[in-house]
Design a protein around this ligand. Structure first.
Ligand code: G1P
Length: 290
């Protein structure tokens, strides 16, 4: 049996230009999704999938991520002394849920480069990758669904979702054969990053969850910059396919795309509507507009 997946890498060094001006000095990953930073949803998903080492790739303006996942003794002591025990427990639990490690990506050279920055920590075994923009609500954590496929079939695994044809150019798209229809597992034949509608091999898009072979590092280190002048993870995965199997799995869950202002705003409203104490407030705030 393959060793347990215990590490999960979070690329979080992007400049967040789609959210300017708010992201001029604030990390996009720290924007709130209801009452918690976007990245905390992904970190909890990784922990609930069995990962206890969380590796975050950061850059300038990202220090608040490190502070968020660190202990805050002053705050904890204050809450305890005031008898706010419930809040104290919530705050205390944030830093104790995993081991947090950080690597700086000096320049935003693309997702592939961000993953490559994690090599010193992740080079010994298969590891998870979560793109924090893709928040996934699921009964069984999305990453754990990929881990199950890896444990059963070996090799690397990527999360897939069928998207409308008009949206294919926003994603990595795969060319794949059905392997297990009931489980939604595909054997990947090829993939292409952000194809045009005409070039797209299918409507099966890569979503921000991966189980990667450590072989990816060697490949990334000699892959040329691809579309957008960035080092693309999809281009390296395409080469990995020639060395070992790469599986795709249609994850079961609901995705909230927090990578754009529209998506993030809609995610806040939808999640608030699903939170009993907030649902009434949202309805009250908008009812006079209809
Ligand atoms: C990245 C990947 C792409 C994938 C997408 C999922 O693109 O490069 O293959 O489909 O995440 O969210 P980005 O959204 O960073 O441009």
């Amino acid at each position: 049996m393959s060793p347990k997946i215990s590490r999960c890498l979070f690329p979080a060094a992007g400049l967040g230009t789609r959210f300017l001006p708010v992201t001029k000095e604030i990390a996009k990953e720290m924007l709130p999704l209801v009452n918690r930073p976007i990245i905390s949803y992904g970190v909890e998903e990784a922990v609930n999938s069995g990962c206890n080492d969380i590796v975050i790739i950061t850059g300038r303006t990202k220090r608040s991520i490190e502070d968020y996942f660190d202990r805050s003794f002053e705050l904890e002591n204050l809450l305890k002394s005031k008898g706010s025990i419930k809040l104290y427990e919530i705050i205390h639990a944030i830093a104790s849920m995993a081991n947090f490690m950080y690597v700086r990506q000096p320049e935003p050279l693309g997702l592939g480069h961000a993953v490559l920055c994690g090599e010193p920590i992740c080079r010994d075994s298969y590891f998870g990758v979560i793109l924090p923009d893709d928040v996934i609500k699921a009964e069984s954590p999305a990453l754990s669904q990929l881990i199950r496929v890896h444990e059963k079939l070996g090799g690397s695994v990527i999360a897939l979702e069928e998207v409308p044809r008009s949206e294919v150019s926003r994603y990595g798209i795969v060319d794949a054969d059905v392997f297990d229809e009931t489980e939604g597992i595909y054997k990947i034949r090829d993939m292409v990053e952000k194809p045009s509608v005409h070039e797209s091999p299918s409507r099966l898009a890569i979503i921000g969850r991966y189980i990667l072979s450590p072989k990816i590092f060697k490949i990334l280190s000699d892959t040329e910059a691809g579309i957008g002048g960035e080092l693309q993870l999809t281009d390296a995965l395409r080469r990995l396919l020639q060395e070992e199997p790469v599986w795709g799995v249609i994850y079961k869950g609901e995705r909230f795309d927090c990578g754009t202002q529209d998506g993030w705003f809609a995610a806040n409203v939808k999640l608030a509507m699903e939170t009993p104490e907030l649902r009434r407030i949202v309805i009250e705030a908008v009812k006079n507009f209809f």
